[in-house]
Design a protein. Structure first.
Length: 273
C-alpha cells in the first residue's frame, strides 16, 4: 500500500464516527495539513532522570570502504525513560500493558492541548488540576472521550539546560531529591481517566507527576487503566487547543516499560494555534 494511502487509512480508522469532527477527507488533510515534530532528538545532551543511564552513541563506521562506497553505522544504548519517550502502563501498574502490547489506536488520534504556561511560569512545582481543566473546557468546549490530552507548561523552552529543566544537575538519589518541574495533579489524572476516558496523556516536562512527587499517584491512576504517557514532548506551542491529529509511535520493545518515542502531529490548514 502506498505510504500516503496507509496514513490516510490510519487517520480515518483512529477517529470513531461519533467523535470525528466536520473536516475534509483524510487524503485532503494529508495534502493540506502541516506536520509538526513534537520530539527532542537523542544525543549526548539528551536529558534523563538522575538515576538513569544516558544516551550513548558509538560510531562503528563512517568512511569510504575498500569497495569504493561510503558506509556509516553506529551502536547506541539508552535507558527506556529519557528524552522524548513513552511510559507504558506496566511502568507503574503490575499486569498492565507493556510497550509492545499497547493498541495502536491508543497511540494515534485527535488531540487537545491544555495550555498552563501562565500558571507554571511562576511555580516550578505547579500541578494541573481539575479547575484548570474545567476552565479550558469553558473556553474550548468539552474534551471528547478517547482523546489524546497534551499538557503544555512551556518547560520545553528550557531544554537542554538540565539545571533549568530538571531543577538540578546532580545525578543519583541526590538529584532526584532536588527535582522541580510541573506535572499533573492526581485529581486531574482521575478526572481525565474516569470522566473523559482519555486515550493517552502527554506533557512537555520530564514526568506527568511533578518533580517533588514521592508516590507518583498520577502515573498509578492513569496506568492502572492502561493509559500510556508521553514525556519530554516539545513544540506544543505549534498546536492549536484542539484539531490536531497525533501519531505517537515508540520503539516496540517486547516486555518494555517504555522506550524512545517519535511523536508528531498533523495540523489542518484551516486550524491555527
Amino acid at each position: 500500500m502506498h505510504r500516503l494511502s496507509y496514513v490516510a487509512l490510519l487517520l480515518t480508522l483512529a477517529c470513531q464516527p461519533e467523535q470525528r469532527p466536520a473536516r475534509p477527507p483524510a487524503t485532503d488533510l494529508l495534502g493540506s495539513g502541516t506536520w509538526v515534530d513534537l520530539s527532542h532528538d537523542f544525543s549526548d545532551s539528551t536529558i534523563y532522570w538522575p538515576t538513569a543511564k544516558p544516551f550513548k552513541l558509538e560510531v562503528v563506521s563512517a568512511e569510504m570502504t575498500p569497495g569504493g562506497y561510503y558506509y556509516a553505522a553506529n551502536d547506541f544504548s539508552t535507558s527506556e525513560h529519557g528524552g522524548t519517550h513513552l511510559d507504558a502502563p506496566i511502568h507503574f501498574a503490575e499486569g498492565r500493558q507493556t510497550a509492545d502490547q499497547i493498541p495502536l489506536d491508543r497511540l494515534v488520534g485527535e488531540a487537545v492541548v491544555i495550555d498552563v504556561v501562565s500558571r507554571a511560569e511562576g511555580n516550578r512545582d505547579y500541578r494541573l488540576d481539575v479547575p484548570a481543566l474545567e476552565a479550558w473546557e469553558q473556553a474550548n468546549g468539552r474534551i471528547p472521550d478517547a482523546t489524546i490530552v497534551l499538557v503544555r507548561t512551556g518547560w520545553s523552552s528550557r531544554w537542554p539546560d538540565k539545571a533549568r529543566y530538571l531543577g538540578t544537575t546532580k545525578t543519583g538519589p541526590a538529584g532526584v531529591a532536588e527535582l522541580h518541574f510541573p506535572g499533573i495533579d492526581s485529581s486531574a489524572a482521575r478526572w481525565l481517566a474516569h470522566e473523559r476516558q482519555v486515550k493517552a496523556v502527554g506533557i512537555d516536562t520530564p514526568s506527568i507527576d511533578y518533580g517533588q512527587s514521592q508516590s507518583f499517584d498520577t502515573h498509578r491512576i492513569l496506568m492502572e487503566r492502561n493509559i500510556p504517557a508521553f514525556e519530554n514532548v516539545t513544540a506544543l506551542e505549534r498546536l492549536p487547543p484542539r484539531g490536531a491529529f497525533v501519531v505517537a509511535l515508540p520503539m516496540k520493545i517486547k516486555g518494555g516499560s517504555g522506550g524512545p518515542l517519535r511523536i508528531v502531529a498533523l495540523v489542518p490548514a484551516t486550524v491555527s494555534p
